[in-house]
Ligand binder design. Structure first.
Ligand code: C2E
Ligand code: MG
Ligand code: MG
Ligand code: MG
Length: 286
């Protein structure tokens, strides 16, 4: 292959693209089967309030274990699913499993905080999106205040009135909405006011820079204070070190998600965590 590249660059890159395409078609075929069999799982990552070391919420993250390939990361199969429409049935399986899990916690009298679910803009385009969410909640007897939807900045760019109405409808019922990966898209905080957003999640790429580039400390500080003025809550994602956590605390960003506290874990582990004394159950004030 090396020799080939030296005298025929085009053929070389052509092969690479071809290989990627074959891989994508393979994964697409396998993902379709996994969805049919509901062979997907949900892991949960705790969100922590660093002031009290208490649980602030959980984020549901889809997991797909392929028989031969092993774990396929969502960063690989979600974009594929978004290209071929599989994202809608996929997210409905995820949402139903989340509802089942919440119901099972409630059955055992375990106090839980909101569970957030990632929703692709393609799913928001579906006419029956809010009906699906509402009927699924009813099926498992779950109050909408148990749910948060994480959407991305691309939703603002769509500027679709139907999508905004769907989100507003759900919000009126008690569902909360957060802007995921904030800072990676093109939107500004003032733009966000067009959508019924409760919270922004500062993207990991900003957090990664805290200890490297002081300018990012200023940027984060500014984001937090502007969000406050707009009555938006703030959470930092991808926090890996104590220094990052302490910096965020110093600029009044108390809600933290990241490996510094917990990586995503199975539902069984979440249940154990809720039973354990590891986290403070009820903070005096939120
Ligand atoms: P996201 O929604 O921004 O989720 C956070 C991702 O960062 C998760 O990766 C999580 O495991 C990872 N993470 C959390 N804390 C840390 C940390 O401290 N260090 C590092 N290095 N990583 C951390 P994951 O589970 O691989 O998911 C990747 C992305 O896939 C998610 O990013 C989300 O955009 C997407 N995704 C996952 N599940 C779903 C789903 O059900 N629907 C949709 N549309 N997207 C999903
Ligand atoms: Mg998310
Ligand atoms: Mg995120
Ligand atoms: Mg992210």
């Amino acid at each position: 292959r090396y020799a080939k590249q030296s005298y025929d660059d085009h053929a070389y890159y052509g092969d690479e693209i071809q290989e990627e395409r074959i891989q994508e078609l393979f994964l697409e075929k396998e993902l379709r089967i996994a969805i049919e069999r509901k062979d997907l799982h949900v892991h949960y990552q705790p969100k922590i309030n660093s002031r009290y070391n208490s649980l602030a919420g959980l984020e549901a993250l889809v997991r797909w274990r392929h028989a031969e390939k092993g774990m396929v990361p969502p960063g690989v199969f979600i974009p594929i699913a978004e290209r071929n429409g599989l994202i809608v049935p996929l997210e409905r399986i995820v949402f139903e499993e989340v509802c089942q899990d919440i119901a099972s916690l409630l059955n055992k009298g375990q106090l839980i905080k909101r569970v957030s679910v990632n929703i692709s803009q393609i799913h928001l385009y579906q006419e029956d999106f809010s009906q699906f969410i509402i009927s699924c909640l009813k099926k498992y007897n779950i109050h909408p205040t148990a749910i948060e939807l994480e959407i991305t900045e691309s939703v603002i760019m769509m500027d679709d009135l139907n999508v905004i109405q769907r989100l507003e409808h759900l919000k009126e019922m008690g569902v909360e909405i957060s802007m995921d990966d904030f800072g990676t898209g093109y939107s500004s905080l003032s733009y966000i006011n067009k959508l019924p957003i409760d919270r922004i999640k500062i993207d990991k790429s900003f957090i990664d820079q805290i200890e490297i580039d002081e300018q990012y400390q200023t940027i984060i500080k500014t984001i937090v204070s502007m969000a406050r003025h707009l009555r938006l809550e703030v959470i930092a994602e991808g926090v890996e070190t104590e220094k990052q956590m302490l910096f965020l605390k110093s600029v009044n960003c108390f809600h933290i998600q990241g490996y510094f506290y917990y990586a995503p874990m199975t539902f069984e582990k979440v249940r154990e965590l809720l039973y354990s004394e590891e986290l403070l159950k009820e903070p005096a004030v939120n």
